[in-house]
Design a protein around this ligand. Structure first.
Ligand SMILES: C[S@@+](CC[C@H](N)C(=O)[O-])C[C@H]1O[C@@H](n2cnc3c(N)ncnc32)[C@H](O)[C@@H]1O
Length: 304
């Protein structure tokens, strides 16, 4: 299956789940992204990553030279239908390495020189051993940034999806057999290898964005909370786990393994969090950060 078709299916399923509970999230994210878009110079390029159908992106506030980036082949058309805008668009893979992951998974499940499937446990171990050789090379994004020198890059909630995307890509290649251990307590080298790879991909991505000199406006899933245990957010603190307050035990997963955003982007201009109820059994802790290297440079200049 082609990557674009895969993303089309994923995004259609996501949009079908849309419900009234999302209103709070949509208002928060559009306000946050909207403030950056309004601040952006009108005569410089702006890049919006994970732009999707524009559900979370207030395109009416985006400067004329704004470009959307999303691998879903219907994203630009859906943006036109939602916002009556037809911006420039890039339909590439932001990570630059999903196709390679897909092909490693395909190779691992097949016996060499034949179409016969390997034992899934053996194949999963083999894939886990191959994943460390995958080096993230987001060349298409790097070239775009070097060519256009944007004043602002918005990351509209795509980073937290990478883990689920990677898992589903691998599962598709394995077909009817599962790549994961039956007992969740058993060792799972494939999940461990994927987590390390996700960390490498996202760190490379953030370093690339930092180096391009644009203001960054990043919104992403900071945590996924499973189950319906009551929960509220305590006053803001950089370590998100200390901010989640609950009388019960929380079942959490981290969509950004190995990523300490507070270390990668120290002293952001703005930093916010809110909860997004996806369903009765699933809530997301959303984090939104605005950061600029120019701001740091200005502060250093003032101290001179
Ligand atoms: C959770 S959705 C966010 C929705 C979007 N911000 C909107 O307003 O509709 C994540 C989006 O990022 C895109 N995406 C995820 N991973 C991507 C990748 N590696 N390269 C390009 N686009 C990606 C998906 O196709 C999807 O449209």
């Amino acid at each position: 299956m082609r990557l674009s078709t895969f993303f089309l299916a994923e995004q259609s399923a996501f949009l079908r789940r849309r419900n009234r509970e999302w209103r709070h999230h949509l208002q928060r994210i559009r306000t946050f992204i909207g403030e950056s878009l309004q601040r952006a110079p009108r005569d410089r390029p702006v890049l919006i990553l994970g732009a999707g159908s524009g559900l979370e992106v207030p395109w009416d506030l985006a400067p004329g030279q704004s470009t959307g980036w999303d691998i879903d082949p219907t994203s630009r058309l859906r943006t036109l239908m939602r916002w009556r805008r037809w911006p420039d668009w890039v339909f590439g893979d932001l990570t630059g390495s999903l196709e390679e992951l897909q092909s490693l998974a395909r190779r691992s499940i097949r016996q060499p020189g034949s179409d016969r499937a390997r034992n899934p446990e053996v194949a999963a171990r083999r894939l886990a051993g191959l994943i460390p050789s995958l080096h993230p090379e987001p060349r298409q994004l790097q070239q775009w940034l070097e060519l256009h020198r944007p004043a602002l890059v918005v990351s509209a909630n795509w980073m937290g999806q990478l883990g689920v995307v990677a898992q589903r890509l691998v599962e598709r290649e394995f077909g009817r057999s599962s790549p994961w251990p039956e007992d969740p307590e058993d060792p799972d080298p494939l999940s461990e290898a994927l987590d390390l790879w996700i960390g490498r991909v996202l760190q490379t991505h953030i370093q690339l964005l930092k180096a391009c000199g644009a203001e960054l406006c990043l919104v992403y899933d900071r945590a996924v909370i499973h189950g319906s245990t009551p929960l509220q957010l305590a006053p803001f603190q950089p370590e998100w786990t200390r901010q989640l307050q609950s009388p019960g035990d929380l079942s959490l997963s981290n969509p950004l393994p190995g990523m300490a955003v507070e270390t990668l982007l120290p002293e952001p201009i703005q930093w916010e969090r809110w909860l997004w109820t996806i369903s009765k059994e699933q809530r997301h802790l959303i984090e939104a950060v605005t950061w600029t290297s120019r701001f740091h440079q200005d502060a250093i200049d003032k101290m001179k």
